[in-house]
Design a protein around this ligand. Structure first.
Ligand code: SME
Length: 152
């Protein structure tokens, strides 16, 4: 299965979760699990929820991560500030990158908005390989983000 097909399957499964949605934590937890299991090379995948002036760790799959992030540095903060997807080929070259696990080498962060178009969270994925993520990942994860708007 290529990446395009894997995202297609993941999106289908996420839509099925959204249809059965009862609780935000549960839906986000299953979304993280779907992405981790469908997409090869996802070392860590999860959500950070915007709460006042911080990003708080939400549902995720992978090793333990930073429980809160400030909005003044890091890739997640940059995605919030710019309101766009941030792709980082080499985390060591991103000024202010927050290393929750030293094995992460590349990263992609997609902002998540609700139906009122308010940015409320980010979806963050880390890989242990340099330059693991491409525009295809950006498109695939943004499609997932667009679905999640319904439950945020
Ligand atoms: N690297 C992120 C922090 C979150 S972890 O990757 C799970 C950042 O720089 O914001």
């Amino acid at each position: 299965m290529n990446k395009h097909e894997a995202y297609g399957w993941a999106l289908k499964q996420v839509r099925a979760q959204i249809k059965r949605h009862v609780d935000r934590v549960a839906t986000l937890a299953n979304t993280a699990a779907i992405l981790k299991h469908r997409l090869p090379g996802f070392f860590w995948v999860g959500f950070y929820i915007l709460r006042e002036d911080k990003l708080l760790l939400g549902p995720f799959q992978g090793p333990p991560a930073c429980m809160q992030l400030s909005l003044d540095k890091g890739v997640c903060a940059e995605a919030v500030k710019k309101g766009t997807t941030i792709l980082v080929d080499d985390v060591d070259k991103f000024p202010g990158h927050v290393a929750c696990d030293g094995r992460s080498r590349s990263e992609i962060v997609v902002p998540l908005s609700n139906l009122a178009d308010q940015l409320v969270a980010v979806l963050d994925v880390d890989s242990t390989e340099l330059a693991h993520f491409s525009d295809e990942d950006a498109k695939g994860l943004e499609a997932v983000a667009a679905e999640l708007a319904q439950i945020l």
